[in-house]
Design a protein around this ligand. Structure first.
Ligand SMILES: *Cc1c(COP(=O)(O)O)cnc(C)c1O
Length: 374
């Protein structure tokens, strides 16, 4: 622990290099670099087992998985979604010529508020795309009910929700499709990568066609597909990473617990609800800062941490609905999204990653405590 060592909001989980080299040697020997190779098949199978899901379709990244998921379900017209997410959620709609319709979030989970969804449904609405923000499960039952009542498709952006379970059941088993991201900054990474989780064999086949130019067999093209395949190097890295994922989750859990303990009595600093009964991914550690009670604004604390070489992040600020591409939409108006705008202004994500030392967690907490009304 040194005061000058920079601490970023995250740091990737990297297995021992020597172990990866043995996989690379195999790839060199087989000369099979991509196109549903042995490691690709093995990772799909191992992820099905680990996550407790029926079908996994691997992708080169999470954004292409989102874009392809919308294609696979033939989504058009309007889709109801949250503005409080990473920008790729809405971009995936835009790239499919779909109009995003923003609905506000609920202030307890920061997820899309199902009680506000019905009012936004129009004859053009074809789907709902909620996000399990920070890995906190959405209100699965409520969304299922709305989707059924209005005959809408339900696509979850589960990029933060790797391994999240409620009562032993993966939340990826809900909705028509769920999308994972394996980007370097995520809990489980393959440098870049992603996946679609689907519920039946036929859909898996369709998605597998779509991510490989629409090819089925050597000469048949069944759809206007894209190239979004995960390669063998990524897949091999994923297999190796999976061996260390539980250990990494335990370390994240300990860090989250330490933050909660050290920050719990600081007025003006609120941690996200803990939600018992859930197996968390601990992908992020968001706190809300209330200037009136704490003395500093979120942005001032962000700068203060930076002065100490600690690089927290204001996820998710700015709100997607406030970016130039989307702010002209009628649903993007600030008075339509009061909770999302409020949270985006007050939230700060503190560093959390498996190799972050507990002394450093104390040091970060100390700076936050010492900065109160300075
Ligand atoms: C990371 C992320 C994505 C995009 O995933 P990539 O693999 O980086 O393309 C999509 N949605 C959310 C919520 C994300 O956090």
């Amino acid at each position: 622990m040194s005061k000058n060592k920079p601490i970023f909001v995250t740091s990737p989980l990297l297995p021992p290099l020597e172990e990866f080299q043995t996989y690379l040697k195999e790839i060199w020997e087989s000369k099979w670099l991509t196109n549903n190779g042995q490691f690709h098949q093995q990772l799909e199978k191992e992820l099905c087992d680990y996550l407790g899901v029926k079908h996994v379709c691997l992708f080169s990244n999470g954004t292409l998985a989102l874009i392809t998921a919308l294609q696979a379900l033939g989504i058009t017209g309007e889709v109801i979604t949250t503005p409080f997410s990473f920008v790729a959620t809405t971009h995936s709609l835009w790239w499919n010529n779909i109009k995003p319709v923003f609905v506000d979030i609920d202030p307890y989970t920061f997820n899309l508020d199902p009680t506000k969804v019905e009012a936004a449904i129009t004859p053009k609405t074809t789907a709902i795309m909620p996000v399990h923000v920070y890995g906190t499960p959405c209100n699965l039952k409520a969304f299922e009910q709305i989707a059924e009542t209005y005959n809408l498709k339900l696509i979850y952006d589960a990029a933060h929700a790797f391994g999240v379970e409620i009562n032993g059941n993966s939340i990826l088993n809900f909705g028509d499709l769920s999308i994972l991201s394996f980007h370097a900054t995520k809990v489980f990474n393959t440098f870049e990568g992603g996946a679609i989780i689907c519920q039946d064999e036929k859909m898996k086949r369709h998605i597998d066609d779509l991510k490989n130019f629409g090819f089925r067999g050597e000469t048949t093209v069944v759809a206007a597909g894209i190239n979004a395949k995960m390669n063998e190097m990524q897949a091999a890295f994923g297999i190796l990473q999976l061996k260390y994922i539980e250990e990494a989750r335990e370390k994240r859990k300990k860090i989250a617990k330490t933050y909660r303990q050290t920050l719990k009595s600081t007025e003006g600093i609120t941690c996200l609800n803990d939600f018992p009964d859930i197996k968390h991914a601990y992908s992020y550690f968001p706190v809300l800062i209330e200037q009136e009670k704490y003395g500093m604004s979120r942005d001032q604390l962000y700068e203060k941490l930076k002065e100490n070489n600690i690089y927290s992040r204001r996820y998710f600020y700015p709100l997607i609905s406030n970016f130039p591409t989307y702010k002209g939409l009628s649903s993007a108006k600030k008075d339509n999204l009061p909770n999302a705008n409020n949270i985006a202004k007050h939230v700060l994500c503190l560093p959390i990653y498996p190799s972050l030392e507990i002394e450093d967690v104390y040091r970060i907490s100390d700076i936050i405590l010492e900065s109160k009304f300075k």
